[in-house]
Design a protein around this ligand. Sequence first.
Ligand SMILES: [Zn+2]
Length: 375
Amino acid sequence: MNENGYDPHGQFPEMPEVKRRYTPEEAGHDTRRKPVSRIRRRRRKSLNPGVLLICLILAAVIGVSLYLIISGKNRTALPQETSGVSAGETTEPLESVDDGRDWYTVTVSEAQIYVGDLILVNASTEYRFPAEAENSITAVSSLKNGYYLLADPDAKLEPKVIESFNKLCSDYYAYSGFAYMQVNSAYRSRDDQISIYNQYTESYGADYAKAYVANPGFSEHHTGLAMDLNINRNGAISYVESDEGAAWFRENAGNYGFILRYPSDKVYMTGINYESWHYRYVGTPHSLIMNDMNMCLEEYERFLKDYTYDTTRIAYNNATGVEYVPAEEDADGRTLIYYAPSEGEETEIKIPKGYTYELSGNNTDGFIITANPDA
Ligand SMILES: [Zn+2]
């Protein structure tokens, strides 16, 4: 096992077969027909331990070279976008192998359960602050366009969230000339959440804090995928839900991968009172499916678990919506597949050939593949 966690012996158990492919010539033996007497001489010579050792070393060198060439051919170079927009580092699989069938295999590490767009964080599911996700958190000001505002100039989010929000707000502006959306609260470290919790407890009492502020470690704001929004018209602040100018935003946020995370009809499942301001990035098509089926993230994670590689997958098309595709049939459109982790550090995941993919953990016990047909 090297430092990347990749075990070549575990990955390629067929190695002995490769060894059998050496011809005697490759292994350093001369097989041309020779007079009997010469062969006899060579046989006697080969008993010399020095010559035997050199032959063995030669065979090993050629064998390793052959192995590297053959295994290199079997590996599939993954397109850049397969690892997600920003979190290439966080969702990159350890290894991808083309197995010559209608699926190719990707090996992912157990750590990837805790990163990705579909991470569930709630009162019973603690965020683990994975280093790779923390490292990619970025100052919004360094990437943002001019179509929205920041209440805190130092606000931070995951880059893919900033990119999608840029697009949402520039389209919003193009549609209605609206540029008053304001990011009021974005990424929070554990310490940030501790001080917010203490402030609320002091100002409004413990019950209020408990109802509205997540315990440190259990806030979605830790992920850099969530933000609280309001509307700031030249200093006049209003709610996204009640501002007439924000109707387009409310209706279209799902097209850009955002969901209203704590709807009023799901409090019993989210454990958080209705929050008209808290939007969460999950990416498409997940946001669209959740909206179509009126599911909050807790429900959606449970729903996805029924759709696996060897049972039924979910396919999503903008025109037709969700379709359920039996294992033996080809899917048309973006395809969702749930994987439970294998025992041990690594899980092999099958991706349909001709598809790139994004990988996300669910932050508890599984992975979700979003496979995208090649353009
Ligand atoms: Zn919030």
